[in-house]
Design a protein around this ligand. Structure first.
Ligand code: SF4
Ligand code: SF4
Length: 457
């Protein structure tokens, strides 16, 4: 449990310790820190350790650094913060750990503590974070306006002029690369297109609440629409509560725990009022925090029961369709004579936190005229990791380079994923490796709907 240091054997903080050290003592779960028995089983699973070979860039190393800081054996300096920020938060270390160390919780607690102090010193960081975390993501109307602005930029010719004048080159190399592969934004969200209650096709199996997401409903709206269609065809009535909000994942991973908790409370209320049987996500990054709302609010007596109700209902779209839905009649794409080869890059959070890596593969293997080929190290992070590829571009690109070696070996025509961030990162890799003639990246839901028996629609 967080803050258990107060009741554990942790040493008291000396008066000379830094403010950050004291906050780490208050926020880090000392029982979890001591649970790590330093066996090292997690090391081969960790992408940053695999890239660098450095103990400090491994889960065991980071836990040792946290514990040393809490024990007063070292000052948590800039290098300490750097090591915490280098972690992708992919949580591949957790399934590998025989002691069940909750590493994801530890890194969020460490970042929460760091954030409390860096924000005191850098006014401009505070300004940017205030806009992103407090004014943009939690406000769905503003997210919609952002979508419209991006769409105007893409469609009005401004993007062409900006590119011709080389203005995008003024941004960082990474921002420039991402601008190139951004899909066309939508001026409508899934509710504008589908409504808030969409009946099941045929006999209803259950009522599901759809979590529409911020990014998903701004630049991946067609995927949200396809998610509704897939669910209804599989026998689910779909409800999309209008009062739902951002999931809070970016907040939690960036040390904004209080902001994540506020968003969680709004979402719990919205889906509880909707009275749904399951809560469905089509983005691994969102789903992973939704499924952990019970932990996020475990210290809040007013919400802990409802948070547990919410968390136990969260499922990924492929998981609910495969495990609970009616079998669907998939077909070959129109005009397709030969089999096409597809592969799948795991969303780390879907695989490691939601334990949902099997259903997407099973669905793909069930498709006619589709040869599924397993991507080597598909479960290893692609380097996207929320906004990691923008904040840590060097490490993100290094990881992507190694990922693309395996991707090219598959000789797949379609590279699928279950998370918008992974999808963009895969598109980036395909572009950078000049593979776009022979390979495309798609969200798995879009691919499934492309192959659904349209005669039933
Ligand atoms: S979350 Fe990922 S990058 Fe961070 S320590 Fe664990 S395996 Fe390594
Ligand atoms: S596998 Fe678990 S117990 Fe072993 S070093 Fe890694 S975090 Fe510690």
């Amino acid at each position: 449990m967080a803050n258990s240091v107060a009741t554990s054997d942790a040493p008291a903080c000396a008066s000379s310790t830094s403010a950050l050290q004291q906050t780490l003592v208050a926020k880090l779960d000392y029982d979890q820190l001591t649970n790590c028995m330093r066996c090292g089983f997690c090391l081969p699973a960790c992408p940053t350790f695999k890239e660098t070979g450095l103990e400090a860039e491994s889960p065991r190393g980071r836990i040792a650094l946290m514990k040393a800081a809490v024990d007063g054996l070292m000052e948590p300096d800039a290098r300490f913060e750097e090591q915490m920020n280098h972690c992708l938060g992919c949580r591949a270390c957790e399934p590998a750990c025989p002691a069940d160390v909750k590493y994801g919780q530890l890194i969020e607690q460490a970042r929460d503590a760091i954030e409390d102090h860096t924000a005191q010193h850098r006014w401009w960081v505070r300004g940017v974070r205030k806009i992103v975390f407090k004014q943009l993501f939690p406000n769905q109307a503003r997210m919609k306006r952002l979508g419209r602005t991006i769409r105007f930029y893409q469609r009005s010719g401004v993007q062409t002029v900006v590119r011709k004048l080389g203005i995008v080159k003024l941004f960082s190399k990474q921002m420039h690369a991402m601008e190139n592969i951004l899909p066309e934004a939508s001026n409508q969200g899934v509710i504008d297109i589908m409504g808030t209650r969409i009946p099941a096709r045929g006999e209803k199996i259950a009522t599901v609440g759809m979590f529409r997401g911020c990014l998903m409903d701004t630049i991946f709206t067609p995927t949200n629409v396809n998610t509704v269609r897939l669910l209804t065809e599989a026998g689910f009535e779909v409800v999309i509560p209008t009062t739902q909000n951002c999931c809070g994942a970016l907040h939690a991973h960036s040390g904004e725990t209080a902001g994540a908790q506020d968003l969680a409370k709004k979402n719990i209320k919205a889906f509880k009022e909707a009275g749904v049987d399951y809560i469905i996500s089509n983005a691994g990054g969102c789903g992973a925090i939704l499924v952990e709302y019970d932990h996020l609010l475990h210290n809040d007596p007013e919400y802990e029961v409802d948070a547990a109700w919410f968390a136990e209902r969260v499922m990924d779209v492929c998981d609910v369709v495969f495990k609970k839905g009616r079998p669907l009649d998939f077909k070959s794409a129109a005009g397709q004579d030969e089999s096409i080869r597809v592969t799948y890059q795991d969303s780390c959070h879907l695989k490691n936190v939601m334990k949902g890596g099997t259903s997407p593969r099973q669905l793909l293997k069930s498709l006619p005229q589709v040869d599924y080929v397993e991507l080597q190290d598909a479960g290893s992070c692609c380097g996207s990791a929320g906004i990691y590829n923008l904040t840590q571009p060097d490490m993100a690109n290094q990881i992507l380079e190694h990922k693309m070696v395996n991707v090219k070996r598959t000789e797949a025509h379609v590279l699928l994923s279950s998370n918008p961030g992974c999808l963009l990162q895969m598109k980036l890799g395909i572009e950078q490796h000049h593979q776009s003639e022979q390979m495309r990246a798609m969200h798995i839901v879009d691919f499934l709907m492309e192959r659904f028996e349209v005669s039933r629609v």
